[in-house]
Each structure stands twice: as structure tokens, then as C-alpha cells.
Design a protein around this ligand. Structure first.
Ligand code: NAD
Length: 504
């Protein structure tokens, strides 16, 4: 391993101050506290292996306390009863405070997660701010309906009047992953809070720092005590206790499909509502008439952005035989040209993956495919002092049954297949347990529309990949999950519909 990575200190006063108090506490009922067990988890800069902070290893008793605080805030606190205008104003203030502290948040996220500063600063944190602004607006638009019924057995001379009420579901457990911590948290918090719910947020054990900073900002914005609680801890302890908790009304989960199944099992005790945003293995389909000037860099960005740690990463490339060699060469070259470095170095284009464990998992897939007869066209190695830098990897000569083609690698690793016919590539694209996203690259409008209809996924991008907006629903079909985040209907994830039917 030859990549020499030196620790880089944050430049913002806010990030320096945050890290000057390295033993952080979790946030329950508006107060900061340690785990009942006193145990802690190290927050590691994956680029250097340096410990930058520690967070409490919360577990059952801490979850009990947090759920009790959220329950009380929901049952007798002001939040669910506030006028929509009041709640909207507070959510808008959260967004303003995030914007005012965006450089600090971006630096903390980079140190904790590894991503290049620009990924947080210009993509993910603006996206998270957008969630709070969008759902601030949705707060004002949560409406039931009046329903014209056909009931005709009311007493003579009486009329039936029926309508629906939209009411918050209650206490929400939001459990989120480590790939894009702030935006993953915002995609749950903003609609849940807009609906009038209270929340216990459990960030991933590898990336808890920005959730704790967000809790400070939310308190400063005027979110009442107990409405947002943050319990840090391992999934098997804190996450599992939350998913099983009888006083939690709903689990909003983003993470792997395996954990999604465990959450379903845990949630069945009190039949709590469950909403799952899970893994993906998204196809990128390059048709013979594609504009390769867009498609090649687009495919490279689709898999190498955030080191491939993106649920909708374009990790399976299907290129038409007539352009396959050119596309493969172009994507491999784009990967080889990316500058690897510490995320806080402004010239870095590709940072480390989140942890040594994740780097090893990725390399197991690459080595396994090599053993199974695939060709590593570029990359295929790890680097840096911790081994967390994975060189952008393009893999060819794969078969549809290989695990590197079927399973989510969650790293900068692209598997490539050529095709001849449109029906063949649609069948290849749909031959997956997942169905999160896909992209189609073509200059033919009819092809674009036909393929968008036939591909089994929650999102289809045409001549682009990784385009997000708080107004655009995102989520999966098949084993990529249940339900959608973002978009108008996402607030419905956190609302119950009550029918009121009266005879008058
Ligand atoms: P993970 O499933 O291992 O962990 C996600 C969260 O669940 C973490 O907070 C973890 O502590 C917690 N957890 C783990 N075991 C648990 C249990 N038994 N009970 C309750 N909680 C538990 O996922 P990850 O490795 O952190 O993240 C990567 C995964 O997230 C990938 O599969 C990726 O595709 C997925 N993801 C999906 C989306 C989407 O919108 N569909 C977005 C981002 C990431």
C-alpha cells in the first residue's frame, strides 16, 4: 500500500470546538447523557485510523429512556398540537441553522465518514436542508377530505356527513445507515416532525457525530424537549431494542435488506408500522445510440460517487455490444484519473470507505469474482494506511450468477456485461432481487419511455444517474424495500387516516 495519507485538521471553528470535547453524550428529553452501561464507541477517521471522538454505546435501558421521553412529548407535549404554521416555522429554522453551519457539518461528516468534503458540502447537506424546507411546506398541506358516501340507512330526515382526519402516527424510531448520515437522518426526521410525530433517531455506530450536532441545532431552532432524541449505539443493542419497543408506533428504517428483515421480525410484537428503504443493485443501461460524452462520465459518477456507498449506485453496467469496449475503457479511465486522498483535502475526489470492515467486505467480493473467472479491468486493490481506500474497480467477464453481480457490494466496484437486444437487456436488468433504481442512456425518446416502463425499480433515470430532489419519491420495489421517502406522499408514512362519519 503506497498511498500516504496524513491527518488533516478541520478548518472551521465549529468543527474544532466540537472535536475539542471528544467524549460526546447522547440526547434524550432535551438533556445530554451517557449510556447506562458507561460503555463507549470510538469514532474513527477511516482515512487515517485516528480516533476523533467517542460516543455512548446506548442499549436497552437508554432506548427505554428515550422512548419514554418521546412518548411523553407526543402524549402531553406541545409539538403535535402546534399549529401547522408554528411547526413549519421551526422546521424552516432547522434548515436555516444547518445552512449557517454547513461548513462545520461537512467537515464533521468527512472526518467521521471519510467522504470528500465536496460530497457533503455541495450535495448531501444541501439535500438534507432541502428536506427540512420541503417538509416545512408540507406541514401546511396536510389535509383530510370530505367524503360523499352512499349510506342510506340513517334515520328518516337525517343526513350523513363524513370526512377524514390526518393524525400523527405517534413515536417514530428512525434507524439510519452510515453511507450518507445527515441526509439519511433528514429524510426521516423532516417528514416525521412535519406530521407532528416525535422521534428517537439511532444513527449508525460508525457515523454518529453529525446526528449529535444536528440535535444541538434542532434544540436551538426551538424543537421542544423530547420531540427529537438521539440514541447512539450498536444495531444489535440499541437498534434492536428500538425496533422491538412496545411504545414505539412506527419504525422508519434505511439500511441493508438483511437488517430490514430483522426489523420486521422485531416489530411484530406490537404490530408497529414499518417503512423500509433497503439495498440495491441498480443497472446502468447504455443503448447503441447513447451520447457517450454524457453516458461514460455519468456511468463513472454513478458508481464512484461517495466511493460507491450509495444505495442507488449504478453498480451493474450493461452496454450495447457496439459501444461496450469504448464505454468500459472510458469508465475505467475516469476511475483511474480520480484523485484519492483525505476527504478534508479540497483536491480529493475519492475518499476512503467508511471502515476497515467495509473495505475487507468489498475486497472479498472482488477477490471472489477473480477466482470465479472475472477480469479486473482496473482497480481491484485497497490502499492507504488503514486499507480503507479502494481503487475504482471495473470488473468484466462476469456471469449473472456471480455474487458480485447479484449482491450489493456498496463500494466503488462496477460489473460490466454486453448485450445485443433491448428485450435481452431488460431481462438482465430485471434479473435481480433488488429494484431500487436504474438508468437508461439513449437519444431515442420512445426507447427511453418504453424502458422506463418495463424496468422493475422505484426510480428510472434517463441520461442521468443520481439526481435527487426532496420532491421526488425515492424507494424500492422487490427486496429494496417498502414505501417511499421524499415527495408529497412521504408525510403519509407518518400519518394515520381516521374516518369520521356522523348522522346529523
Ligand atoms: P445496516 O443495515 O447494517 O445498518 C443500518 C442501521 O441499522 C444502523 O444504524 C445499524 O446500527 C442498525 N442495525 C443493525 N442491526 C440492527 C438490528 N438488528 N436491529 C435494528 N437496527 C439494526 O446498513 P449499513 O451497512 O449501515 O448501510 C448500508 C446499507 O444501507 C446498504 O444496504 C444500502 O443500500 C442501504 N441504504 C439504503 C438506502 C435507500 O434509500 N434504500 C439509502 C442508503 C443506504
Amino acid at each position: 500500500m503506497s498511498l500516504d495519507i496524513q491527518a488533516v485538521e478541520p478548518s472551521t471553528e465549529g468543527a474544532r470546538q466540537f472535536l475539542a470535547r471528544p467524549d460526546r453524550q447522547m440526547f434524550i428529553g432535551g438533556q445530554w447523557s451517557d449510556a447506562a452501561s458507561g460503555e463507549r464507541i470510538d469514532a474513527i477517521d477511516p482515512a487515517t485510523g485516528r480516533r476523533i471522538a467517542t460516543v455512548p454505546a446506548g442499549a436497552g435501558p437508554d432506548v427505554d429512556r428515550a422512548v419514554a421521553a418521546a412518548r411523553e412529548a407526543f402524549d402531553s407535549g406541545p409539538w403535535p398540537k402546534m399549529t401547522p404554521m408554528e411547526r413549519a416555522a421551526i422546521l424552516w429554522r432547522v434548515a436555516d441553522l444547518m445552512e449557517a453551519n454547513i461548513d462545520e457539518l461537512a467537515e464533521l461528516e468527512t472526518l467521521d465518514q471519510g467522504k470528500p468534503l465536496g460530497v457533503g458540502r455541495w450535495a448531501e447537506i444541501p439535500g438534507a436542508i432541502g428536506q427540512f424546507r420541503y417538509f416545512s411546506g408540507q406541514t401546511l398541506r396536510t389535509e383530510g377530505s370530505t367524503i360523499p358516501t352512499s349510506i342510506n340507512y340513517q334515520p328518516p330526515g337525517k343526513e350523513v356527513f363524513a370526512y377524514t382526519l390526518k393524525q400523527p402516527v405517534g413515536v417514530v424510531a428512525a434507524i439510519v445507515p452510515w453511507n450518507s448520515p445527515i441526509i439519511m437522518a433528514a429524510m426521516k426526521l423532516a417528514p416525521a416532525l412535519a406530521a407532528g410525530c416525535t422521534v428517537v433517531l439511532k444513527p449508525a455506530e460508525d457515523t454518529s457525530l453529525t446526528a449529535l450536532r444536528m440535535a444541538e441545532l434542532m434544540q436551538e431552532a426551538g424543537i421542544p424537549d423530547g420531540v427529537v432524541n438521539v440514541v447512539t449505539g450498536y444495531g444489535a443493542a440499541a437498534g434492536a431494542a428500538l425496533a422491538a419497543h412496545p411504545q414505539v408506533n412506527k419504525v422508519a428504517f434505511t439500511g441493508s435488506t438483511t437488517t430490514g428483515r430483522a426489523i420486521l421480525d422485531a416489530a411484530k410484537g406490537n404490530l408497529k408500522r414499518v417503512h423500509l428503504e433497503l439495498g440495491g443493485k441498480s443497472p446502468v443501461i447504455i443503448m447503441p445510440d447513447a451520447d457517450l460524452g454524457m453516458a461514460v462520465p455519468g456511468a463513472a459518477n454513478g458508481i464512484f460517487f461517495n466511493a460507491g456507498q450509495v444505495c442507488v449506485a449504478g453498480s451493474r453496467l450493461y452496454a450495447h455490444r457496439s459501444v461496450y469496449d469504448q464505454v468500459l475503457e472510458g469508465v475505467a479511465e475516469a476511475g483511474n484519473n480520480l484523485k484519492l486522498g483525505h476527504g478534508l483535502d479540497p483536491s480529493t475526489q475519492l475518499g476512503p470507505v467508511v471502515s476497515v470492515r467495509q473495505a475487507e467486505r468489498i475486497m472479498d467480493y472482488v477477490e471472489g469474482s477473480r477466482r470465479d473467472g472475472a477480469s479486473i479491468v482496473s482497480g481491484g486493490s485497497q490502499d492507504g494506511p488503514t486499507g480503507c481506500f479502494i481503487r475504482p474497480t471495473v470488473v468484466a467477464d462476469v456471469r449473472a450468477d456471480m455474487s458480485i453481480v447479484r449482491e450489493e457490494v456498496f463500494g466503488p466496484v462496477l460489473v460490466c456485461t454486453r448485450f445485443d437486444e433491448i428485450d435481452e437487456v431488460i431481462a438482465q436488468a430485471n434479473d435481480s432481487d433488488y429494484g431500487l433504481a436504474a438508468s437508461v442512456w439513449t437519444e431515442h425518446l420512445g426507447t427511453a419511455h418504453r424502458m422506463a416502463e418495463r424496468i422493475h425499480s422505484g426510480t428510472v433515470w434517463v441520461n442521468c444517474h443520481l439526481m435527487f430532489d426532496p420532491s421526488l419519491p425515492i424507494g424500492g420495489v422487490k427486496q429494496s424495500g417498502w414505501g417511499r421517502d421524499s415527495g408529497q406522499q412521504a408525510i403519509e408514512n407518518y400519518l394515520e387516516t381516521k374516518s369520521v362519519c356522523m348522522v346529523m
